[in-house]
Write a protein that binds this ligand. Sequence first.
Ligand SMILES: [Zn+2]
Length: 108
Amino acid sequence: MTQSDETPDHGPVRTCLGCRRRAAKRELLRMTAGLDEHGRQVVVPDPEATAPGRGAHLHPTTECYDLAVRRKAFGRALKLGEGPSSAPVGEYVAAAGTFDPPDQESEH
Ligand SMILES: [Zn+2]
């Protein structure tokens, strides 16, 4: 484990890949390595934080996403080498920014 900077008083803290600020883990979107339909490595959002393996964290905002893209932080953080696509994460934060959760179930 390299991420052992948890403080019992405030819960787990992680560093945002975009703005590099530390924030409570619950405020950040977890991301992991995944595969797209062509079998290429991509960065995918893991909002439930259930995916096994190495994860990286980001404020779920387009600002922090853009910063992380510009500094190619995803590949480094997830050990994917340079230039993995992070489009799924981009789509996720863009959707999250609209405050219109697409997975909201309508019950009758
Ligand atoms: Zn951030």
